[in-house]
Structures are given as structure tokens and as C-alpha cells.
Ligand binder design. Sequence first.
Ligand code: BEZ
Length: 236
Amino acid sequence: MENTQISMPRIGDKAPAFKAVTTQGEIDFPAQYAGNWIILFSHPADFTPVCTSEFMTFASMEDKFSELNCKLVGLSVDGLYSHIAWLRTIKDKIEYKGMKNVEVKFPLIEDITMEVAKMYGMMQPGESSTKAVRAVFVIDPKGIIRTIIYYPLSMGRNFDELLRVLQALQAADAFACATPADWRPGDDVIVPPAGSCGVAKDRMDGKEAGVTCHDWFFCTRKITKEKVLDTIKKKK
Ligand code: BEZ
């Protein structure tokens, strides 16, 4: 394993900027996506089975991410012609779990120099020095990194979880709340800690409308699934 210091972006950082060639033309990242959420994700290599299953799944769900004003951007350290050939093979030849003729319409970055992969900490030499790990960066409309998830080469991602992550981030912003374990739209959200003793007492006494307290530090309130989804879908 290399012993070099690798700097990696962190949650709360501005997404590092770069220009790159993709299967959809050149992109200026993240500037051209200002006002959109972005999921930037890396995969280890074209023409490999786990990555193929991931691309088919993610591309099939792209509309669900679009409804939440989120653009998808892929990356591997393969070249453009490899990307194009692989995506064409997926569309023309691969049938998997009821998905067929899947067209990947989101951009896939070529990064043969590994410049972007290194900038985003996607190269993790303990796992592989020649392939990017499966990294996921969720970036908000102001270009701030809000969630980072890494998976090893052997494990395909759960794209329902990535959708849940996006919904939870957007709900937290829209309703100034936090989301508990395994939260999904329609489940109770966590209200911020009470600002004063008086408020805390009102909460504990059940006097704050719609708020249930499990203890003084742990209070929740209901927001219906419809309200969450209507709000985050409209929040462009
Ligand atoms: C795959 O996508 O199947 C894969 C890629 C690199 C290493 C192991 C598996």
C-alpha cells in the first residue's frame, strides 16, 4: 500500500471543482449543476458484473431522482470509448432482473489520469490502486457535500437507500428537523432540542401541538408522507 497522504473532501466542504469529458460531452463540475442536487458516484471498472447491475438499477431509477431535482453523474478511471462501448452493450444486450434496453442517459466521466478520482478520495490503495472504490457524494444545490458513502469493490450499492438519503436530507432542510433510524417519508421526524426550559416543560407535558416526547432530549412529530413528498418535490 502506498504511504502517501491523501486528502479527501468531507461532509460540509464545498465540492471540489473540475472540468471533465463525459459520455454526454464536457462538464464543468459542480458549477453547471448550481441549483440542483447532485449524486456524484464512482464505479471500479466498465464491463464488470457488479457495476453493470448498478448502472442498470440506477439508470432505471433516474426519474425518481429527477423528481427530487437531483442529477446523477458517474465516474470511473476508464476511457471514453470504453464507457461508450459498455453503455451500448448494456442497452443492446443485457437483460437483468426484468430490466432490459436500459439507456444510461446521465453523464459518465472518463478519468484515465485519475485526477478527479484522487481529488475525491475515490482511489483507496488498500482496496485497489488501479480502480476507484464505489464512492457516493450527495451534493446540495449550493455545491456543499452533504453525505459521503463508500463501498468496497465487491459490494453493489442499494439505490433505494440513496433515494432515502436524498429524501432525508431534503426533508431535514425543508422542515428544520432531523430523521431517526430507518426513517422514510411518513415516519415521525425528530424536532430540534427545545430552546428554553419553558419550552422543554411544555413539550414534556404534551402541550406543544403535535409533538411527542420520549424524554426531554428526544421529541418527535408527525409529518405525513404526502406533505413530505409534496414539499420536497416542489422544492427546486
Ligand atoms: C464488478 O463490478 O463486478 C467488480 C469490479 C471490480 C472488482 C470486483 C468486481
